[in-house]
Each structure stands twice: as C-alpha cells, then as structure tokens.
Ligand binder design. Structure first.
Ligand code: ADQ
Length: 455
C-alpha cells in the first residue's frame, strides 16, 4: 500500500532542534505538514541542523534524523549568497536584482551533492524520497545517479519564474537537469508548473506537455499541489478560552472601539510591507478614517539578517513606521504598532482572532500560509481578508478582497472598504473561505503529493 510506505524527506533544515540536552520539534509549516506523515509511515529526514558542529545521525520518535554538515563558509556561499541573493530574488519577479557570482555556484553544487549522498545512504530499496525547495534543486538528478531504484519527488515552495526571467540564470540548464531527475515535480500554482515545463522544452532538456514531460524514455510528471495548513489546529487554538481572553485583552489595550488591521510576515522584501504601510498612510491622509477608529499592527519576524537587502528593507520599514506615527499618532493612540519578533503559534492565533482586517499583500509569494491561518482562526465567521493577487493563495481564496500591492491608492481604498464591510457580507465570504481551507488542509496536500509519487 503506497500510504504505508516509509518516506525520506530532504529539506534544507531538520525538523528538530536542540533545547538543552534533548531535541524538540521546531515550528514551521513544513514540519507541521510532514512530521505527522513521517511519524505514521516511518522513514528519515535529511537536513541541516543549523549549527556548524557535526552531529551524528539519531532517532526521533519513529524516524531517523540524518544531519548534513555544512561549514560556515559553505553556509555563506550555498545559503546566504546563492540561495538567497541569486535564486530567491530571481524566483520572485526580480523584486531585488539577483546577483550572479560564479564563486557562489560551487558551494551550491557541493552542498547539494552532500544532501543527495545523505539521502542515498538512508533511502530504503525502491523507497520514496521527497526533496524540498529552491536550495536543493540539483538533488533529484544527483540522487538518481546514485540510487536509480528510488522514486524521487521534488516540491518547490516558491514560484518558478517565467521564461524571460529564468533565462537570466547562467546555470539555468544545470538547474533544469537537476529538477528533471525527479519522477514528480510539484509546484504551488499552475503558472509555476507551466513556466517550468516550458523552460525544460525551451532548453531541449525534455519533450512533452505542461503536465507530463519525457526525458529520454523516462517520464516526469509536473503537477500543481497548493500547500496548506493544519486547519483544525488553528481553528481549535483560536477558540480556546486563553486565546479569546488574549484577543479581547489586546483589543481593550488598543482601544475597544478601534478596528484592528493586522499583518504578519517574515521581514522579507517580497512581502510588500513597505507598500502596505504607504497605503495605510494614504488612507489616513484622506481623513475619512482616523486613528481613534483604527490601528495597524505589523508583526515581522527577523529573517536572513546577514543578507544586505534584508538589513536595508528593515531600515526602510522602520523609517516608515516612525514617519507615519510621527504624523498621525495621538496620545494613547499609536497609529502603527510594529513588533519585530517571533511569536508562538498560539500567540499568533490570538492576534489573528483579534484582527478585524487581515492584510496579506506580498509582491510575489509561492503560496502564503498566513492568509490561510487567519481564515482558519475565524470560527465566528467575522473578519475580512485583503489579499495580494500575486500570492499563490489568491488562486484558491477568491472570496478575499484581492488587491494589486503596487497600487497604493487602490490598497488604501481596499482598507477603507474592508473597515466598512457589513457583518453579513464578511460572514458570507468567510464561510466560503473557511470551507476551502478546511477541505484542502496540509494533510491532504502531503497525501496528494505522495500518492502521485508512489505512482
Ligand atoms: P514563507 O515565505 O516563510 O514561506 P509563509 O507561507 O507566509 O511564508 O509562511 C510563514 C510562516 O511563518 C507562517 O506559518 C507564519 O505563521 C509564520 N510566521 C510569520 N511571522 C511570524 C512571527 N513573527 N512569529 C512566528 N511565526 C511567524 C515559504 C514561501 C511561501 C509558502 C511557504 C510554504 O515563501 O510562499 O507559502 O514557504 O510552502
């Protein structure tokens, strides 16, 4: 039975981290999605422990944890530079200019090879191996050459860029060859899947259709598998008395009559934080909504701080927050609350529950789980979701208020309309959104992919 077959997950990071002298599960979407699946099937997780001191293979619950050692110099070339200064901006519409430095390619190849070797060492005969994300695009082909018996799946969490952008990459054929080593290549959206298939044909590395390619005599299935969240967990967490208490305390502290606009992101230039602040400022300038009536909370978790573009983005955001507060805040009524820190999932659930309007306006995003988490917490069917048309989630969450994040005045309009949405209208839309996320949760996502992989 395919469902009971053990799996090997290969991802940049391990799903566990050391706390004192033991290991605990780390937070994050992928871990929530795959650890229950791994626990049910058994198998292994291959990944980087996040520390440069070598760590031995060990067992966690009923699966194996296979650490991949990466030196500090390799971490810089493979992760900070090639993954996050070349691939990340290129795959996100070149929002920042990607840099193409030949000295970064080498560590990318070396580290990918190390992951492939580690996966080859732990994969059972004829087993299933599932490789994740843009850091590890060479692993499928490398693993296939080492272990032709295994079935290999690859899932890209970020968008696959259109042809004219992908063409910039000096190593474009190598990346395509790497991915085409998989039996199933999965994407968040149809557009990404199509971009990939077209690029594979364009560079004469495969023939076929947008959903099925042939590399010589081998078939490669190209599919769309929109990732999701643990709906039940968020729905229950947000309905607990502690969360409800937390949410109403927050509302009271901000001013009970004020409506809360909320955003939650990693502090990343793809998330459009600066433009949404400008839109909030534009809305206040119109003087139809005042700070006595609303407050904007931006929660941003620190991310990739060694990368220059991230440090720059942080300065810009902090200046904007200062400027808006300088102009619009009143004693006891701060216009923008900016919290640059990580929260537990329980804390986030309480914030989602307190919000009247959730603003998710990335310039480009593979999916965006925050939008789905917000929807899951609204078991009272209230609240309005403002969502960028450039998030993968917009393909599914069509009942959200869809905006173009580069249209500042348009976004300001959308915020105003969202603040004035009738309870009835909000309820109607939220009911549809909740049905979609409930039906298509992260467990369904993992099952669908693994079923395709099992063939
Ligand atoms: P990310 O770019 O990290 O993921 P997203 O999908 O929004 O973006 O996931 C962020 C996660 O981090 C959410 O689960 C959120 O709750 C959490 N988070 C955000 N801010 C936090 C904070 N301050 N404290 C604690 N947790 C916080 C990449 C792609 C996305 C894709 C996912 C999954 O860029 O497009 O949806 O992978 O495939």
């Amino acid at each position: 039975m395919p469902k009971s077959k053990p799996i090997v997950i290969v991802a940049n990071r391990l799903p566990v981290q050391r706390v004192g002298d033991r290991f605990v599960e780390s937070a994050g979407g992928l871990v929530t999605a795959l650890v229950p699946t791994l626990k049910a099937r058994g198998g292994a997780w291959v990944g980087w422990p996040g520390v440069s001191t070598p760590l031995r293979r060990f067992r966690f619950e009923n699966f194996r944890v296979q650490p991949v050692h990466i030196s500090e110099a390799e971490e810089d070339g493979f992760y900070n530079q090639f993954s996050n200064r070349t691939l990340w901006p290129l795959y996100h519409d070149a929002i920042r200019t990607p840099e193409f430095d030949h000295s970064w390619w080498r560590p990318y190849v070396v580290v990918n090879h190390r992951y492939a070797k580690a996966a080859a060492a732990v994969a059972p005969r004829n087993g299933l191996v599932w490789v994740h994300d843009y850091h590890l695009q060479l692993v499928p082909a490398m693993l296939r050459s080492m272990r032709p018996d295994v079935r290999i799946g690859f899932f890209l969490h970020v968008p696959f860029p259109p042809e004219e952008l992908f063409a910039w990459l000096p190593w474009r054929e190598r990346i395509l060859e790497g991915l085409l080593g998989a039996d199933v290549v999965g994407f968040q959206t149809q557009a990404s899947a199509r971009n990939f298939s077209r690029a594979a044909r364009e560079y004469n590395l495969a023939e076929g259709t947008d959903t099925e390619l042939a590399v010589g005599r081998r078939k490669v299935r190209v599919g769309t598998f929109p990732i999701s969240i643990d709906f039940q967990w968020f729905a229950e967490a947000a309905s607990k008395p502690e969360s409800l208490r937390e949410a109403s305390l927050l509302k009271r502290r901000l001013g009970a009559s004020r409506k809360i606009l909320l955003s939650v992101d990693r502090l990343d230039y793809t998330k459009g934080i600066d433009l949404r602040l400008l839109a909030f400022e534009a809305m206040l300038k119109r003087k139809r909504v005042r700070v006595s009536e609303c407050v904007f909370i931006q929660i941003a978790s620190p991310s990739r701080e060694p990368v220059h573009e991230y440090a720059q983005m942080r300065v810009r955001i902090e200046q904007l927050v200062g400027r808006i507060n300088g102009e619009f805040s009143e004693p006891g009524r701060v216009a923008v609350h900016y919290f640059r820190r990580g929260y537990t999932r329980e804390q986030l659930a309480a914030y989602y529950r307190a919000a009247d309007v959730m603003i998710v306006t990335p310039l480009r995003d593979g999916m965006n789980l925050v939008a789905k988490e917000f929807v899951a917490t609204r078991s009272d069917y209230s609240g309005v979701l403002v969502l960028s048309e450039f998030a993968g989630a917009a393909r599914e969450l069509r009942q959200a208020t869809i905006v173009n994040p580069r249209n500042i005045e348009g976004m300001a309009d959308a915020f105003e309309t969202a603040l004035n949405t009738s309870k009835r209208d909000a309820r109607h839309r939220m009911a549809i959104l909740r049905t979609i996320v409930r039906r298509h949760d992260v467990f369904e996502w993992a099952d669908n992919f693994l079923e395709a992989l099992a063939g």
